[in-house]
Design a protein around this ligand. Structure first.
Ligand code: PEP
Ligand code: MN
Length: 342
């Protein structure tokens, strides 16, 4: 920590601050300028009590952290050959330049017919995971809330028939055990991305966690939410950028591609991009998928529906089977261009 003192303090006042730094377990290295003193406080900021409370002292102008608040998700913990995490799930390897991963399926599981048709269509285009919500976080309590356990059963049926892994959202701590029993990847949605008791419970299930970014979450907060999963002994996290809320209304959210570049710099965890929630418009999904590949994302989570106009949720952003096939075909040269197997 760096403690910057106010100008022109009496030496006795400076000494009081130095004494407190020692009391809090840090080794003080004062640097006396002509006007101001700066104290470099040496110690592990993540295990010692924070010196940030010193900011309330009348002698202190600012306190700055030097260390990052996250550790396990940070690139700094991984050095050498295995510097990127590879998540192994449903016989697939996600991350570190491995095969680009397509996760596709409807926003909500609606019926056997809808889900089986979608599973078949996305499998034919090389998807390895079927997405679909059985528990839906809806803004209005009057909107379709998902088929719950029946939805999970349908996911299991479709995934078995077409040999796909399952990605599905868990909304509540109460459902973690049940959802984990039916799925390969537990999705923590944007609205729950800082629900730390849910994240902890999901982490303990041992399943891979797909952690969406909350719609007003800073990159640091998103990484700290992922840190919860790793801190509870589960290293299998996929970070999923799905757009943040901005002043822009042309799109449903603003897909923050800069954050993906930042995460790739800061963290060893794989990154998945969800262009569907990211823009909220089927006619923009393809272009954003291209950007995702160019950014070296490790996979895509795409909403696909047999008949988006009749979807029970997010119809405007789901692509139909024809558009999905076109999308995958157009994307292939991009994936090859970044040197990834398909
Ligand atoms: C979804 O994937 O359908 C969904 C609800 O996502 P998010 O939590 O990103 O809004
Ligand atoms: Mn959706």
């Amino acid at each position: 920590m760096i403690v910057v003192l106010k100008p022109n303090l009496e030496p006795a006042e400076v000494e009081k601050v130095i004494a407190e730094v020692v009391k809090l377990g840090y080794e003080p290295r004062p640097i006396h300028g002509n006007v101001q003193t700066v104290i470099a406080a040496i110690g592990d900021e993540n295990t010692h009590q924070s010196l940030e409370t010193l900011a309330s002292w009348p002698q202190v102008e600012h306190v700055h952290r030097v260390q990052k608040r996250y550790k396990l998700v940070s690139r700094e913990v991984k050095k050498g050959a295995d510097k990127d995490t590879i998540v192994k799930v449903h016989g697939q390897e996600i991350g570190a330049g491995k095969k680009f991963c397509f996760m596709a399926g409807p926003c909500s599981v609606e019926s056997e017919e809808q889900l089986l048709a979608t599973a078949k269509a996305v499998k034919a285009q090389g998807a390895t995971f079927l997405r679909g919500g059985a528990y839906k976080p809806r803004t209005s309590p009057y909107e379709f809330q998902g088929l719950a356990k029946e939805g999970l059963r349908l996911l299991a049926q479709a995934a078995k028939e077409y040999d796909l892994g399952i990605v599905t959202e868990v909304l509540s701590e109460r459902d973690v055990e049940l959802v984990a029993a039916y799925s390969d990847i537990l999705q923590i949605g944007a609205r729950n991305a800082q629900n730390f008791s849910l994240i902890t419970e999901a982490a303990r299930s041992g399943k891979t966690i797909l952690l969406k970014r909350g719609m007003s979450m800073k990159i640091e907060e998103w990484l700290l939410a992922a840190e919860y999963v790793l801190a509870h002994g589960n290293p299998n996290v996929l970070l999923c950028e799905r757009g943040i809320r901005t002043f822009e209304t042309y799109t449903r959210n603003t897909l923050d591609l800069g954050a993906v570049a930042a995460i790739k710099k800061e963290s060893h965890l794989p990154v998945i991009i969800d262009p569907s929630q990211g823009c909220g418009r089927a006619d923009m999904v393809l272009e954003l998928c291209k950007a995702a590949v160019a950014l070296n994302a490790d996979g895509l989570l795409i909403e696909v529906h047999p008949n988006p106009a009749e979807a029970w949720s997010d119809g405007q952003q789901q692509v139909d089977f024809n558009l999905y096939a076109k999308l995958v075909a157009e994307l292939k040269p991009f994936v090859t261009a970044v040197g990834r197997p398909l």
